[in-house]
Design a protein around this ligand. Structure first.
Ligand code: 4GY
Length: 252
């Protein structure tokens, strides 16, 4: 997968993509991440990229010319075609594991990272295929959100996670929150690992984990359960929890 990131601050992307799993994916050539400084495409004398808004008001707007020029250059570089062009903004479609999965199938992605008041509207209208929000809050620029999306998408690319780890076991992959994890030592400061995990009985361990996932989800994010296909066994487990709570009179 090739990813081009258009930004005024390419240096922001250096260390996040120079560590751990993403670095390994780049080294293995499963992933290529390329940052482009929008300022390099400014044609004016002082290489400015922003200007005051028509109609007045505070803040600066990133003008269309450098972004359009930059996209022309990219399109040429890619033989006339660009993949999806993603703008990071709070007004976008909420990002999700499902969205990451979908983008993980693409060969080429372009990210537009705005700053100040964002881009001139004509950029969005003409160049952008996807607008994504990572949450209901406002950041100073699209760079951190782009990193979030690139990271989540990269780990969906086949081979990026090692053979041992797999995205299919993740939280949200199956629509549920993840079960707890433990490693050695078996006892630490008086806290012990649940016996079942040491039993070697893989069937029971799978059941226990599924149950933990269900319990965590209903406790912390009950709205997620409406989106999940529950098995007979899942429903029985939730039913059991419910009758337990009723017996305790915590729930009517
Ligand atoms: N939240 N999700 C977000 C953001 C910063 C002004 C446009 C978000 O995705 N992006 O807060 N972005 C703004 C800052 C220009 C981007």
């Amino acid at each position: 997968m090739k990813i081009d990131i258009l930004t005024l601050f390419p240096q922001m992307f250096e260390s996040p993509f120079d560590a751990s799993i993403i670095k390994r994916a780049i080294d293995k050539k499963l992933l290529e991440i390329n940052t482009i400084n929008i300022r390099d495409f400014s044609q004016n004398k002082h290489h400015t990229v922003d200007d005051t808004p028509f109609g007045g008001g505070a803040g600066m707007v990133m003008g269309p010319e450098p972004v359009f020029e930059c996209m022309d250059y990219l399109r040429e570089q890619r033989g006339g075609e660009l993949g999806r062009v993603i703008m990071m903004c709070p007004q976008g479609e909420p990002f999700s594991q499902g969205y990451a999965k979908e983008l993980g199938k693409e060969q080429h992605l372009v990210f537009l990272c705005g700053h100040y008041e964002g881009f001139d509207e004509r950029v969005r209208e003409t160049l952008v295929t996807d607008e994504i929000s990572i949450g209901d809050y406002v950041l100073t620029g699209g760079e951190l959100p782009a990193m979030v999306v690139v990271d989540a998408v990269a780990r969906m690319v086949p081979g990026v996670l090692g053979e041992a780890a797999s995205a299919e076991e993740d939280s949200f992959y199956n629509g549920l929150l993840e079960h707890p994890h433990y490693t050695k030592p078996r006892e630490y400061r008086g806290q012990v690992v649940p016996d079942i995990l040491l039993s070697g009985h893989h069937g029971n361990i799978r059941k226990w984990r599924r149950r933990q996932s269900l319990l965590r989800t209903i406790e912390r994010r009950p709205e997620l359960l409406t989106q999940v296909e529950l098995t007979k066994e899942d429903k029985a487990a939730l039913q059991e929890l419910l009758s337990y709570l009723q017996a305790l009179d915590l729930k009517k």
